[in-house]
Write a protein that binds this ligand. Structure first.
Ligand code: G4P
Length: 190
């Protein structure tokens, strides 16, 4: 999505060679109008897939998931991050390690909200090594639901998570795919 690439170049800040700060429109201050455009694009990409639910993880995934859901006319379900493993029988859980934050948590979702008849689209703001995405996929599989694919706002291709999942046959669509940020210079893959 060219408009997103332009916005990243204009407003994003590269920290070191692998972290992109986009707090000005995606992660802290939300540019609602722009996120709605991103949501519209996600809905266009997955048109005809008969999606019944969008699945994401708190917290930053929720805004972009909601934007897509408005156009797809489906509900959003989000997994919660639970620091303790103290979870009951009525939930699906998956253990996720975050390299960016250097911590591990249990992603948790109530069984009530993911059903075997569902056709799920996973939506998230960032894709790096893919650990959060793998946790969400794990929970979709536990529910026996059908996974139609994943839509990501910004993928950092050089961290490998997206390509690993594509090789396994998952449809991963990223609105902006960054191949490199070496020296603070952002290079996109097309
Ligand atoms: P992974 O899931 O792809 O393996 O990535 P990783 O564990 O490294 O990322 C963990 C968190 O950091 C995620 O947010 C992810 O969205 C975010 N993140 C990763 N790389 C970047 C980056 O370059 N810039 C920004 N802004 N965020 C990045 P989270 O833990 O789910 O936090 P939040 O959604 O509560 O904000």
């Amino acid at each position: 999505m060219i408009a997103l690439e332009e916005k990243i170049l204009k407003e994003g800040k590269v920290i070191g060679s692998d972290v992109l700060k986009v707090g000005g429109f995606l992660n802290q201050r939300i540019d609602v109008e722009f996120l709605m455009e991103m949501g519209k694009e996600i809905a266009r990409l997955f048109e005809g897939e008969k999606i019944t639910k969008i699945f994401t993880i708190e917290s930053s995934g929720i805004a972009i998931a909601m934007a897509a859901a408005v156009y797809m006319k489906v509900p959003v379900v989000f997994a919660k991050k639970n620091k303790s493993a103290n979870v009951g029988d009525d939930v699906y859980t998956s253990r996720v390690h975050s390299f960016t934050h250097g911590n591990t948590y249990d992603a948790v979702v109530s069984k009530e909200y993911l059903k075997s008849g569902d056709r799920i689209l996973i939506v998230d703001d960032f894709l790096a090594r893919g650990n959060a995405l793998k946790g969400l996929i794990d929970m979709v599989n536990q529910a026996g639901a059908h996974l139609t694919g994943a839509a990501i706002a910004i993928e950092k291709g050089f961290q490998g998570g997206g390509d690993e999942l594509r090789k396994k046959g998952l449809r991963v669509e990223s609105l902006a795919l960054i191949d490199s940020m070496n020296g603070g210079k952002i290079i996109f893959r097309h």
